[in-house]
Design a binder for this molecule. Structure first.
Ligand code: NAP
Length: 283
């Protein structure tokens, strides 16, 4: 079997067009959805991420401001800036790009963001809302994975999903979202003794580890759906995921590529969350 690709670029394009249409409708009511992106320091990867996020907003007709600060910015100054954005009616979503310099407590900064503007979904109130099934912002990467499953009409009810990775931003929220859609969920991590024994039982596998070839063809049940969140570099410096794509695509029914899979969906869901924050603020 050769798996069908779930094309994150094509799905993103569709969803971003919908965001642009809804943003137009809000603009007609005098509200332009606005995202503030804050970057502290010079991390080269972060600089690329924030530029892409701002550009995606502008392309979809949203308002976006990028605030760049020197790595020496104090925690107190950043908290004060976040507070200012919480009060700014032109800003509906606030994203503080991580990682922050070591002298700043990132969790403290995230908790300072108003939950109503927490479009990254990292605030403890957002995490609690996801856990209890209440309305709130979902973290963009696992939310994007759910949209990918939705796009192929995949019904998770009664299926076994295995999530590899348990970070607060990908693995854990991913597991909760799959659970909410009635999958039976197993979470694997670095202390899981026999990863293959787990993944071989899975109808859906989400790999979110950050290590190449964590998932190989012999670990996948024929016909499983495989979503690859990982972002790594191979020997030639090319972007690749956690999944041995060439091997696994011969066993899986659906697979996401890297690049062009989950990555573009993450930014797309940021736009969706920002739009929805603005829609909520307008009601
Ligand atoms: P993270 O915080 O480093 O978490 C990695 C997880 O993988 C941890 O839970 C770790 O277990 C687990 N793990 C490590 N080695 C393992 C192994 N051999 N077998 C099973 N589990 C293992 O990373 P993250 O932030 O969740 O990100 C994961 C990957 O996704 C990274 O490559 C990141 O760059 C990528 N990512 C991509 C996007 C996107 O937009 N495409 C967004 C976010 C992240 P322990 O908890 O036991 O340490």
């Amino acid at each position: 079997m050769t798996a069908q690709l779930i094309d994150g670029n094509a799905l993103s394009q569709q969803l971003r067009t919908q965001v642009a249409t809804r943003a137009q409708a809000l603009k007609a009511k005098g509200i332009t959805p606005g995202l503030a992106v804050v970057l502290v320091g010079e991390n080269p990867a972060s600089q690329v991420y924030v530029r892409n996020k701002v550009k995606a907003c502008l392309d979809a007709g949203l308002h976006s401001v990028l605030e760049k600060y020197d790595a020496s910015m104090t925690e107190a100054a950043l908290l004060e800036r976040v507070e200012g954005m919480n009060k700014d009616p032109s800003i509906h979503g606030i994203l503080v790009q991580l990682p922050l310099p070591a002298h700043i407590d990132a969790q403290k900064v995230i908790e300072a963001i108003s939950p109503a503007k927490d479009v990254d979904g990292f605030h403890i109130a957002s995490a609690g809302a996801l856990m209890t099934g209440m309305p709130g912002f979902w973290p963009c990467t696992p939310y994007g994975c759910m949209k990918m499953l939705e796009s192929i009409g995949y019904d998770l009810k009664g299926k076994h999903a295995v999530v590899i990775g348990r970070s607060n931003i990908v693995g854990k929220p991913m597991a909760l979202m799959l659970l909410q859609k009635n999958a039976t969920v197993t979470i694997c991590h670095s202390a899981t003794p026999d990863l293959k024994a787990m993944t071989l039982q899975a109808d859906v596998i989400v790999a979110a580890v950050g290590k190449r070839n964590v998932l190989t063809a012999d670990m996948v049940k024929p016909g499983a759906v495989v979503l690859d969140v990982g972002m790594n570099r191979n020997e030639e410096g090319k972007l690749c995921g956690d999944v041995d794509f060439d091997g696994v695509k011969e066993v899986a029914s659906y697979i996401t590529p890297v690049p062009g899979g989950v990555g573009p969906m993450t930014i797309t869901m940021l736009l969706v969350n920002t739009l929805e924050a603005a829609e909520s603020a307008s009601n």
